[in-house]
Write a protein that binds this ligand. Structure first.
Ligand code: SF4
Ligand code: SF4
Ligand code: SF4
Ligand code: FES
Length: 691
């Protein structure tokens, strides 16, 4: 056990680890020492002097954020002399501050405002002219108002240390010192908005949120980001059925405060003018809006007729819909339609993954493991681009625990900067690259191996055999793409028992009905069955929807309840933040089709409430008997699907290769994601992946 010391803070006896910082010891014991530049998890700056405290037997006030605690220390954090010093610090900070709180975006959430309110420095003795600099727009999402800046350097540090981007710096000295972006007058960076979030004042503001509302006028809804498989928890600020802001300032969930650009800003697809808001029926070469009852009747009749005639169904589900929806859809397909032709866009070889690790315990890494593991090996993935949260966890692990990172990739990756060994290999040569690291890896105390879609089938088995041969505890993450890729697989949206894969369904000329839910397979291929009756549930008129006979307007993940499973197999809860007129949750659409088909079908598929289906999942899906209270309170519950062996499946496994700025159809319809200069240009032409 670490050596401890005894000290007194404000008269309370406290025992703490020797050398711990006073500010952290105080906070851990419920005593708040105010701070601007100190920020948990970032390096120390000691720039603002807001944390001054009185320590007996020292001649002057001490800086609490850099002061290590020592035996016998007697500290006062709220004495008159301390309060007066804080008031003085605030008065200095306000000398050049515009004090435009009534129009400042940070009003109501501003740490400077709070401190002035607490310590009082509202009246200025300075009558000199203030140094004015015009507000600057650094990117579509980042604005900077220099006079409001209190030079705490939080933004510089979070960008450098937290994101590994290093896009912000400081120019000049003294009264003209100023935060500057990496490209003189504009930013080229991850556009993650972490700097805006962490800014204690309204110096950095969001191009999306600014001047729209006050924080207390919004509802704050905690849910899960819908863009990638990492499963960041986000708090959506909602006003009048419009999502205005995304952040995670309460640090709940597996991601702490982290969100990438997609989680922070990529919610505007929900209000895109091309959102489908009525069922559509194919008439001639076009579509006609029809009532829900009409569309349901057409689909139910067709399904019943094809089933009665012994016809052939194909069902393609989604990597974005909830576990409950995926489970219900495969049950509907298997039990009510009698088909085994069920699949989704599989972006990682979970089949071999589950099989190779079956019957083992403690081999699936959680998001938290990436922050605590002694060593991490990244194989065949540009982690910062494709899994921003996982990359953030690894960076934080290196920063805080000195973790050893190894990267085996075909091109340069951001992880190179943190890696103690980066190996460049030709595509397909990853295992040879990994083998070359054997000696170093075997010397580690433990290891987490993350691998992308290039590692599948035999390569995956060989990678696991390699992990076994190291003689140290090894955990794995099979990197899949989308917000519920993992859940779609676990729920059984896969072609078991001789069913056709997604590619086989599209290539089959015998298909009578193709039912596509939340996917866009016809973006990159065509449907061989020219006369097949196609039903599509989607948010937008995708390439696949254009081929449909009936289209149902579907709700997005921000508009419904349910659960999703992230890339590490952790289940989290979605909470509906808004309602979009005309759209319905896919689960409800399935239920309405069942109802229209008649009581026998309803009896077969069961009740379509998310809670009821979740209960069924907990009882029937292997490894999903997860803790309900953990999920209900916003936590992530790990699943253990490893004994549910899956026979080899037909069909392709391929990542869509999305980047930090893309996520298939959703990002195509996010004007904000497309507006930043870092977004791949082809997005404007409507390119995107098939999910
Ligand atoms: S938006 Fe993110 S990457 Fe860009 S400057 Fe701010 S913290 Fe750095
Ligand atoms: S812009 Fe904000 S976070 Fe950055 S130094 Fe200024 S006050 Fe601090
Ligand atoms: S890392 Fe993934 S889950 Fe997290 S905010 Fe970004 S897109 Fe969303
Ligand atoms: S918080 Fe200690 S100097 Fe800024």
């Amino acid at each position: 056990m670490a050596e401890t010391v005894k000290l007194t803070i404000n008269g309370s006896p406290i025992e703490a680890e020797k050398g711990a910082l006073l500010i952290e010891v105080a906070r851990a014991n419920g005593i708040e020492i105010p701070a601007f530049c100190y920020y948990e998890g970032l390096s120390l700056q000691a720039a603002c002097r807001m944390c001054l405290v009185e320590v007996e037997k020292t001649p002057k006030l001490q800086v609490g954020c850099t002061l290590p605690v020592a035996e016998g220390m007697v500290v006062h954090t709220e004495s008159d002399v301390v309060k007066s010093a804080r008031k003085g610090t605030l008065e200095f900070l306000l000398t050049n501050h515009p004090l435009d709180c009534p129009v400042c975006d940070k009003g109501g959430e501003c740490e400077l405002q709070d401190m002035v309110f607490r310590y009082g420095a509202g009246e200025s003795r300075f009558v000199e002219r203030k140094q004015h600099v015009d507000e600057q727009q650094w990117s579509p999402v980042v604005f900077f108002d220099a006079p409001r800046c209190i030079l705490c350097y939080r933004c510089v540090r979070v960008c450098n240390e937290g994101l590994g981007v290093n896009a912000l710096g400081i120019a000049n000295r003294g009264v003209i010192a100023e935060i500057v972006p990496n490209h003189h007058d504009h930013l080229e960076c991850d556009e993650c908005g972490a700097c805006i979030d962490i800014c204690p004042v309204g110096a950095l503001t969001s191009g999306i949120y600014r001047y729209q509302t006050r924080p207390w006028e919004m509802n704050h809804v905690g849910t899960i980001c819908t863009h990638c498989a990492d499963g960041c928890r986000t708090t959506l600020g909602v006003r009048n059925e419009k999502i205005i802001r995304g952040n995670n300032r309460d640090s709940s969930g597996i991601n702490g405060e982290f969100l990438c650009i997609k989680g922070r800003y990529g919610f505007d697809f929900t209000e895109h003018p091309e959102r489908l808001q009525s069922p559509l029926l194919k008439v001639g070469d076009g579509f006609e809006p029809v009532s829900w009852s009409k569309a349901l009747e057409v689909v139910a009749k067709k399904f019943a007729a094809v089933k009665a005639a012994g016809g052939s169904f194909g069902v393609i589900g989604s990597s974005h819909t909830t576990n409950e929806e995926s489970f219900f859809l495969q049950k509907f397909a298997r039990q009510a339609l009698g088909t085994k032709n069920i699949d989704h866009h599989r972006s990682g070889d979970l089949t071999t993954f589950v099989d190779a690790l079956t019957d083992r315990a403690n081999v699936l890494a959680t998001v938290t493991d990436l922050y605590t593991a002694k060593a991490v090996l990244v194989v065949a993935s540009d982690l910062s681009q494709q899994h921003p949260l996982l990359a953030n966890q690894v960076r934080a692990n290196v920063r805080h625990h000195g973790a050893h990172v190894y990267a085996v990739t075909s091109g340069p990756v951001r992880e190179d900067k943190q890696s103690i060994a980066s190996v460049r290999v030709e595509k397909g040569g990853e295992l040879a690259g990994v083998e070359g690291l054997r000696e170093k890896l075997a010397a580690e105390g433990e290891l987490v191996i993350l691998f992308g879609d290039a590692i599948q089938g035999e390569s995956l088995r060989k990678l696991v055999a390699f992990g076994d041969s190291l003689g140290i505890p090894v955990k794995y993450v099979c990197l899949v793409d989308y917000s519920n890729s993992r859940g779609a697989f676990d729920m059984g949206l896969i072609p078991r028992e001789g069913g056709m894969s997604r590619e086989q369904m599209l290539a089959s000329s015998d298909l009578d009905v193709l039912w596509v839910v939340g996917a866009n397979p016809l973006k990159s291929t065509s449907l061989a069955a020219k006369n097949a009756f196609v039903v599509v549930q989607d948010l937008f008129m995708t390439e696949t929807a254009k081929r449909a006979d009936v289209i149902f307007p579907a709700a997005s993940a921000y508009e419904k309840s349910g659960t999703v499973t992230n890339v590490c197999g952790e289940v989290q809860k979605l909470k509906a933040a808004i309602k979009v007129m005309g759209a319905k949750a896919d689960l409800e659409i399935f239920g309405l089709i069942a109802k229209e088909m008649g009581p026998d079908v309803v009896k077969t598929v069961g009740i379509w409430s998310p809670e009821k289906v979740f209960e069924e999942i907990r009882k029937t899906v292997h490894g999903y008997d997860v803790s309900v209270p953990v999920i209900a309170t916003g936590g992530a519950a790990p699943t253990m699907p490893l004994n549910g062996r899956v026979a080899a499946l037909p069909g392709t496994v391929a990542s869509a290769g999305d980047t930090l700025f893309t996520s298939g159809t959703l990002s195509r319809y996010s004007k904000i994601l497309n507006s930043v200069m870092e977004a791949p240009g082809e997005l404007y032409g409507g390119k995107g992946s098939a999910s």
